[in-house]
Design a protein around this ligand. Structure first.
Ligand code: GBH
Length: 463
């Protein structure tokens, strides 16, 4: 295999999420999600911005598919807004909502772009939060599985790649422990309970998928994790860095592959960590057909006795560029992480389902953005993937985050991740330099080439 000339079925895509782009928040029978509620609460999002209109993708999806074609995308990852298709989360379905996604899928297929569907990208129907307390409630997995089964029935003949949950870590930690994401709760114990139910929800949905599947198809959930470099060569720091990865990536990856939490979590968290029933274990084990990795950045970890259950402290990787969100740019972390995941999870195939960066884009008078910083970010991360592939890691797809500038959750519209600029006043779309670069990279086989230098240097520096 030549890693810089991937086989023709390497999947080149871009990703989005419903609440970040759709708008039309109160149209055609859509009910509010916890993100509508959170954004409407004063002080929760930057400048009080909301997804009420966002990119207006709900009305402009045909234009957006046209952009995808110009970017040479082979695949497009989007999410279904659960409260658009089942307004109360359970019970009555909303035909107009399903029709929107059926049209979207049909038009993608007609354009030769493979749809990849996420079922839950954070926008829980508000009714499920109000009536049951959301993901903390043990009935949520069964309710989610019913919704998932409906999506498989409606779209499964045209969609053969599915993700159940996007980034359970963010939902548990940012939504229920730190409170900076919806539903805005701050309770350390709740994080483990919510994560547990998200994993159970994934497993129950996968069981329904496999029971109903007719043709070929693959399902997983999207795992976000950084790589943790040891802050020094000391054995204690190396062990702490390994604990950090096991309790971040492994918190979700281990149950999805082995049906059990990592031993280090069991040992250090005790009764804080819920137990899987025998049935949950059976359903979870082997429930990931592939590893779906969302990668943005990495950190340095040192051993600090007594610092939390895992006795470690993380700090940003020093002496590397930062993005507009302040995240250090660490392509070498992706290279290491691909090896770590591949090694721990029996060489399951890997798809990078999100990777990208916010930078302070400066449009010219025509709205064109010459984002050389974003091009460098993408180039260096693609080079890291090419290296890992050359060393035998089975990476099969890459999805840039994001197709277009969108609502960056609590950060509002100012943090721009798009390959395409969206002017939020006029909703006009303009392909950025990075979009043209990506289209060219896809057309020429994509991986490898000039960027490899940077990641090699970083590998040495972080040694
Ligand atoms: C993803 O979240 C989301 O799936 C997507 O919707 C979002 O727009 C996109 O990424 C960009 O944020 O928090 O300083 O310790 C990724 C969230 C990013 C959370 C990296 C952890 C680590 C840096 N993760 N972050 S920090």
């Amino acid at each position: 295999m030549n890693p810089s000339r991937p086989d023709s079925d390497f999947l080149w895509g871009a990703a989005t999420a419903a609440y970040q782009i759709e708008g039309a928040a109160a149209e055609d029978g859509r009910a509010p999600s916890i993100w509508d509620v959170f954004c409407a609460t004063p002080g929760k999002t930057a400048r009080g911005e909301t997804g009420a209109i966002a990119c207006d993708h709900y009305h402009r999806y045909r234009e957006d598919i046209g952009l995808m074609r110009r970017l040479n995308l082979g695949a497009y990852r989007f999410s279904i807004s659960w409260p658009r298709v089942i307004p109360s989360g359970r019970g009555t379905t909303n035909e107009a909502g399903w029709t929107f996604y059926e049209r979207l899928v049909d038009e993608l297929c007609a354009a030769g772009i493979r749809p990849v569907v996420t079922l839950f990208h954070w926008d829980l129907p508000a009714a499920l939060q109000n009536e049951l307390g959301g993901w903390a409630h043990d009935d949520l997995p069964a309710i989610f599985a019913d919704y998932a089964a409906m999506a498989f029935a409606r779209l499964g003949d045209r969609v053969s790649m599915w993700l159940t949950i996007n980034e359970p870590w963010c939902v548990a930690e940012l939504g229920h422990v730190r409170g900076c994401h919806a539903p805005g709760l701050k309770d350390p114990a709740l994080g483990y309970r919510v994560a547990h139910n998200l994993l159970r929800a994934h497993a129950h949905a996968v069981a329904r998928y496999r029971a109903a599947r007719r043709g070929p198809g693959a399902i997983s959930f999207a795992l976000n994790t950084s790589y943790s470099f040891p802050a020094s060569a000391l054995a204690a720091d190396r062990a702490a860095a390994e604990r950090a990865i096991e309790s971040f990536a492994g918190w979700f990856g281990d149950p999805g592959v082995f049906g059990a939490y990592p031993a280090v979590m069991r040992a250090r968290l005790g009764s804080l960590l819920p137990e899987f029933s025998a049935e949950d274990t059976r359903l979870l084990k082997g429930s990931m057909d592939f590893i779906a990795l969302n990668y943005y950045t990495s950190d340095l970890v040192r051993h600090v006795p007594g610092a939390g259950p895992f006795e470690l402290e993380a700090s940003p990787v020093p002496d590397v560029p930062r993005t507009a969100t302040g995240w250090p740019v660490v392509p070498e972390g992706l290279h290491r992480l691909l090896h770590w995941l591949s090694g721990r999870y029996a060489r399951l195939p890997i798809h990078i389902m999100e990777n990208g960066a916010a930078f302070d884009d400066r449009p010219d008078k025509d709205g064109f953005v010459d984002d050389q910083d974003r091009i460098a970010y993408l180039r260096d991360h693609l080079a890291a993937i090419a290296r890992a592939r050359g060393e035998g890691v089975d990476v099969r797809g890459y999805f840039a985050w994001s197709l277009l500038d969108n609502l960056e959750w609590a950060e509002g519209f100012s943090k721009r991740f798009g390959l395409v600029r969206c002017d939020f006043e006029t909703l006009r779309r303009t392909i950025k330099a990075s979009g043209y670069w990506y289209a060219q990279a896809i057309a020429s086989g994509g991986l490898g080439g000039a960027g490899a230098v940077r990641t090699d240097q970083q590998a040495e520096a972080l040694e």
